[in-house]
Design a protein around this ligand. Structure first.
Ligand code: V0V
Length: 137
């Protein structure tokens, strides 16, 4: 099952400007920055509060015009793009959701932030929310 909220993903056009904004306005701390070419993103993990239990906002900027984030920005503008849940085993969690009629985007997990393994539930099956499953490294 789902263990906790891992992060909330927010699509942004300018990653550096967004990092500065979330740090200055909300007092969040940038704990990780990574480029993920397979996902077409440059992303930053902004930790909420002083300890990891506070969870994170993941800022997502597009690497290419064809990427999922570029498409989202074109259609919807900047804003919440996904909600991600921590799971112990992404394949077990994906199988359980498939059994409940959800379409998972990938047959096999792909690489997410910091060596995690990830998969997604299609937003059309989840009430308009792109749901990500994250098995941390
Ligand atoms: C699209 N739709 C969304 C949506 N993206 N609804 C809610 N939230 C979103 N993020 C709606 C869209 O408005 C359409 O609605 C409908 O879904 C189908 O759109 P589509 O044109 O068929 O599909 P696309 O091309 O917009 O693609 C949507 C999906 C794509 C979700 C399939 O974005 C995708 O593959 N996402 C998974 C990968 C990803 O998001 N990577 C970036 C984050 P109407 O118009 O039909 O009503 S990378 C990441 O999270 C990492 C690295 C990490 O966490 O570690």
């Amino acid at each position: 099952g789902l263990l906790r909220i891992d992060h909330v993903g927010v699509a942004v056009a300018d990653l550096d400007a967004a990092i500065e904004f979330y740090a200055r306005v909300f007092g969040m701390t940038c704990v990780h920055i990574e480029e993920n070419p397979e996902q077409g993103v440059r992303e930053a993990m902004m930790r909420v509060g002083p300890t990891p239990e506070g969870g994170c906002v993941q800022l997502l900027a597009p690497l290419t015009p064809e990427s999922a984030i570029a498409k989202f920005l074109d259609r919807s503008g900047p804003g919440v793009q996904q909600v991600a849940y921590t799971v112990r085993d992404v394949e077990v969690a994906a199988a359980a959701l498939r059994e409940r009629g959800m379409r998972l985007l990938y047959d096999a997990p792909r690489r997410g932030t910091a060596g995690s393994r990830i998969n997604f539930v299609h937003p059309k099956d989840a009430g308009g929310v792109l749901v990500e499953l994250v098995e941390p490294a």
